[in-house]
Design a protein around this ligand. Structure first.
Ligand SMILES: Nc1ncnc2c1ncn2[C@@H]1O[C@H](COP(=O)(O)OP(=O)(O)OP(=O)(O)O)[C@@H](O)[C@H]1O
Ligand SMILES: [Mg+2]
Length: 236
């Protein structure tokens, strides 16, 4: 079953200060099935993160479609209303970045429990599951009640993963989630991703060390650097 159908997707950035346009990718097309793990590859600056952000809709694509087959019907993520995107992010589409964005005075447990609380899970159960998730990724229990703003990069990333993966998704976008993880946490992540894949979650991921997830990857999509930057807004 196709979960996501990306058709001729294009993203351009206008750099107004320089009168130039950066074009990470143009006319990109691919399909992602339920339970498929697709690796996004390409050199630094090619547009890998931009692609994931366009699908998660942190960025608005310039043109093309990204048709997502949700449990409630099909929707084009490239032009869906913000309210629908918010709903999908809460219920079906997950995104794991390389960094946690900790809030001041929110404990690790609180941050991890939040997606469950938003989904209407009762607080005691949400906190219990948050503790299980933190345990799984190997965050020391003495840090659970502490504020992640002061955590090390790896500790923050454990909180980030525990939070992003606490709720079942149907589509999961991963942007270099293993960069600062120790072996135990990488193993826990691999175990969790395998479980999600077996449950039919579609995975689209960027991994700096693809061998971290080698056994799970089904295929890949390569993004090339576009040779030309285009000058805009200026007469020749
Ligand atoms: N918000 C933005 N405004 C302008 N240009 C941007 C923006 N976001 C990304 N870019 C540009 O788009 C291009 C692709 O960036 P992107 O972050 O997607 O690359 P990447 O393939 O993820 O690279 P890396 O491997 O270094 O993470 C880069 O040239 C970058 O400068
Ligand atoms: Mg990137």
């Amino acid at each position: 079953m196709t979960l996501l159908s990306v058709q001729h997707l294009t993203k351009h950035f206008q750099i107004h200060a320089l009168g130039r346009e950066v074009r990470p990718f143009e006319g990109l097309s691919f399909e992602l099935k339920a339970g498929e793990f697709k690796l996004v590859t390409g050199p630094n600056g090619a547009g890998k993160s931009t692609l994931l952000r366009c699908i998660y809709r942190s960025y608005l694509p310039t043109s093309g479609r990204a048709v997502y087959h949700s449990s409630l019907g099909s929707i084009d993520l490239a032009c869906a209303a913000d309210v629908d995107i918010t709903l999908l992010r809460r219920s079906e589409i997950g995104y794991v970045s390389q960094f946690l964005r900790p809030r001041p005075r929110a404990s690790a447990l609180e941050l991890v429990a939040e997606p469950l609380l938003h989904a209407g899970v009762a607080r005691p159960l949400a906190l219990e599951q948050a503790a299980t998730s933190l345990q799984e990724f190997g965050l020391k229990p003495e840090l659970w009640e502490a504020y992640p703003t002061t955590f090390s990069g790896g500790e923050q990333q454990k909180v980030n993963l525990a939070r992003a993966l606490i709720r079942p998704n149907r589509l999961l976008l991963l942007d270099e989630p293993t960069a600062s993880l120790d072996l135990a946490a990488r193993t826990a992540l691999l175990r969790r991703l395998r479980e999600l894949k077996e449950r039919g979650v579609g995975l689209l991921g960027i991994f700096h060390h693809p061998e971290d997830v080698g056994s799970l990857v089904d295929n890949g999509i390569e993004i090339q650097i576009q040779e030309e930057e285009v000058a805009v807004g200026r007469q020749a």
